[in-house]
Design a protein around this ligand. Structure first.
Ligand code: F6R
Length: 612
């Protein structure tokens, strides 16, 4: 991550590469670099920090003349953003340069193998295996070497590579990470995102998974993973630059909801063993003994992050049989919480900069607790001050309403729960492997729900028109935790008053508010609790409420007593939250669109709350 670009043509490559990278700056990054062909030399310039550092560096040294090159702005995920870890990467001989977006899941195994073959590595990145692999397989033809490489790497990638041995060629490939080829007048562009190239061309090929692009001055073509030619239609970009940043989506929120399958996969992938039998949290330095010694866990966060902590509580208490408390960070920091060195405090924060969460982290450390941060931003204050960090690899989240950060936080809760259960032996190997099988299916199942967004759009248009003032979300167990997130999403971007209730709690007061037509969203994904939830829904219906139900595919119990039903794919019952929240995000989104509110920047709110 986060943006990669490439150029081959008759113009000077460096200014074009820098300009293309700048168009992707809005996505966030912490290091930048380019590699170009300077005469016969392959020249690399890279540094931690902003593109302007790189630009100054190049200007001081004199911008070399070049007609082919690649560039990268990387938002470090797995490693620290240092000069050495900055892209592009080169092999041992510096004959090849590569930029890569995504995660190479089997990089450790490949790296060990390459080291035995005599390759030496200079960075900590997974991407560095790519130029070494190309170097290993290169026998005079770059595209053949790239085909060999993509048949060996697992994970997600959009990569670009060139070599001074074939100075008139640039090769790129993709799987599960976006890549486009822009078509100019006798010049070609590569980019991870359309906005990068819009000032040069509006015609592009959008590469599909497994495809390889080969660019030469006399023409460009696309191959499939077997090396066979692919016929592709040219995509004409009709959007303006601002819209293009949203990749054609109307709002960042919708784009980010649709990025969830990729984000979930990235967050999961390298933390699961290749045989799908166990969870490996290599970045967490807790020893097995420390994990066994913990007597309790505290989850701390604000807003959506706090809601992720509630899912974590339900799950970890069940899987690990250890008491878990969840606190709102602004409460935790002032209530003199009971903590000691046998307490694990998990602070959750997308931005890693939320003032209350940071203060809670400091309070926890002051009292001797061990702090594990779950955050999306490498180098953020929270990531720097925590004892351990588990990153959500969601990529930059720009919409104020959090979507992909929340679902990737849930993945981290699942991974943490399974990891602790593994070490403390509260689950059998078979139980862990079964849950991993289900975890692996989640990205695709999320995609299935996103594919049905038109159904949710219609529901939003029918039930959330401007006259709607109040709505309740109800559920039990994990469904209650998701109901909280669903109601927050709706209220923050539509300004509808939304509340979440534990379904069994309604009759203790809230029932008084129910009257004819009162809208309720009822979550019924927890099979052991379904009968109870169905009874609560019947009580609501008897008082005139209008109920939209959320149930697992095949359910008839809930469906029979609600006005509308949204079905979710089936998964392990402890993992339904991640699926259940997707229709609620979509509902909030389409309700906001229907009501004409500012989806990405709701009134009075800001993305990172860095003040108390
Ligand atoms: C809601 C939302 C907020 C944040 C909260 C914490 O959609 O985004 O509730 O979750 O402000 O922010 P982070 O996670 O950055 O600490």
């Amino acid at each position: 991550m986060c943006g990669i670009v490439g150029y081959l043509g008759s113009q000077s490559a460096v200014p074009i590469l820098l300009n293309c990278l700048k168009q992707l700056e809005y996505r966030g990054y912490d290091s930048a670099g380019i590699a170009i062909l300077n005469g016969d030399d392959l020249t690399v310039a890279k540094s931690a920090g902003k593109i302007s550092f790189l630009e100054n560096m190049l200007q001081e040294e004199g911008i070399p003349e070049s007609h082919v090159g690649i560039g990268h702005t990387r938002w470090a995920t797995q490693v620290r953003p240092t000069d050495l870890n900055s892209p592009p990467d080169t092999g041992c001989t510096s004959n090849f340069a590569v930029v890569h977006n995504g995660i190479i899941e089997n990089y450790q195994a490949i790296k060990e193998w390459l080291q035995k073959e005599g390759h030496s590595f200079v960075s900590e990145t997974d991407a560095e295996v790519l130029p070494h692999l190309v170097e290993h397989f290169y026998q005079g033809d770059l595209e053949t070497a790239v085909l060999e490489v993509i048949n060996r790497v697992e994970g997600s990638y959009a990569m670009m590579v060139f070599t001074h041995k074939e100075p008139r060629k640039l090769v790129a490939a993709r799987k599960d990470s976006p890549l486009i080829m822009g078509l100019g007048e006798k010049e070609y562009f590569l980019a991870s995102d359309i906005p990068a190239i819009l000032s040069y061309t509006r015609q592009a090929y959008i590469l599909e998974d497994g495809e390889v692009a080969v660019l030469k001055p006399e023409g460009a073509y696309i191959l499939d993973w077997k090396g066979l030619p692919v016929d592709k239609a040219i995509f004409k970009v009709e959007w303006d630059a601002a819209a293009a940043e949203k990749a054609g989506y109307d709002h960042f929120m919708r784009k980010e909801m649709h990025e969830q399958p990729r984000a979930l996969k990235d967050t999961l992938s390298s933390r699961i063993s290749l045989d799908n039998r166990y969870v490996q949290l290599n970045e967490v330095s807790l020893t097995p003994q420390q994990i066994k010694d913990f007597t309790r866990i505290k989850m701390v966060g604000c807003g959506t992050a706090y809601h992720a902590g509630i899912v974590g509580k339900y799950l970890i208490e069940k899987l690990v049989r250890i008491p878990v408390e969840v606190d709102i960070a602004s409460e935790f920091r002032y209530r003199d919480p009971l903590l000691d060195e046998r307490t694990l405090v998990v602070v959750i924060s997308q931005s890693g900069e939320t003032a209350d969460t940071l203060a809670a982290l400091r309070e926890a450390k002051r009292k001797g607790a061990r702090v594990l941060a779950v955050t999306n931003v490498v180098g953020s204050s929270i990531s720097r001050e925590a004892d351990d960090v588990l990153y959500t690899w969601a990529g930059p989240e720009i919409a104020v309403a959090s979507t992909k950060a929340y679902t990737t936080q849930l993945i981290c809760m699942y991974l943490l729960g399974l990891y602790l259960a593994q070490v403390r032996r509260t689950l059998s190997e078979e139980e862990i492997a079964t849950m991993i099988t289900h975890l692996r299916q989640l990205p695709q199942q999320v995609q299935m729900i996103l594919n049905r967004e038109q159904q949710i759009k219609k529901l939003a248009e029918t039930y959330t028109r401007s006259e709607l003032e109040n709505i309740f979300f109800i559920g039990r167990g994990l469904d209650y935790a998701v109901a909280m997130e669903g109601s927050l999403k709706l209220k923050e971007i539509t300004y509808i008053h939304a509340e979440a209730y534990a379904a069994g709690e309604l009759k203790h007061g809230t029932f008084a508010l129910i009257e004819e037509g009162f809208p309720i969203i009822a979550l019924g994904t927890q099979e052991s609790l379904l009968e109870k939830t169905v009874n609560n829904v019947k009580e609501l219906k008897a008082r005139g409420a209008t109920v939209i139900g959320l149930a697992l595919k095949g359910d008839t119990q809930l469906q029979e007593c609600v006005d509308e039903i949204i079905y979710l794919p089936r998964t392990h019952n402890d993992l339904t939250s991640i699926l259940a929240v997707i229709p609620l995000q979509l509902l909030a989104y389409y309700a906001a669109v229907t009501r004409g509110t500012n989806v990405d920047q709701p009134r009075n709110l800001t993305k990172a709350v860095t003040v108390e």
